[in-house]
Write a protein that binds this ligand. Structure first.
Ligand code: TYC
Length: 106
């Protein structure tokens, strides 16, 4: 006589394909872009204030952006990345600097 165990797929087997189909949420790089006008000190303050970097880390990232044109400030889930981009944009605009901050899927 067939038992439940023999005729029905076990819970583990039934759930296996489901688990494989679920992708982790995408992450986004938040990047600063170089320009000719924003003071270096201001960029360092932005990296300290919005990305919780030390003065030393912030200086390394700022110089990377200055030399290479862009640089990664951090990698975040979409909503948090969008919030950082918005906060930096508002802060830069308030101080009348053209500093650009963008996000891109990692
Ligand atoms: N290039 C700017 C200058 O020479 C400094 C700067 C660095 C500006 C990084 C923007 O994201 C930036 N004052």
């Amino acid at each position: 006589m067939a038992t439940h165990k023999q005729t029905l797929p076990s819970a583990g087997v039934a759930l296996e394909p489901e688990r494989q189909r679920i992708k982790p949420p995408p992450l986004y790089k938040v990047m600063l872009l170089n320009d000719d006008y924003t003071p270096m000190d201001f960029v360092v303050v932005v990296l300290e204030k919005f990305f919780r970097m030390s003065r030393e880390q912030a200086t390394v990232v700022m110089l990377r952006v200055h030399r290479h044109g862009r640089g990664v400030c951090g990698v975040f889930p979409r909503d948090l990345a969008a919030t950082k981009v918005e906060q930096v944009g508002v802060f830069a605009h308030r101080h009348q600097h053209p500093l650009a901050c963008v996000m891109e899927e990692n």
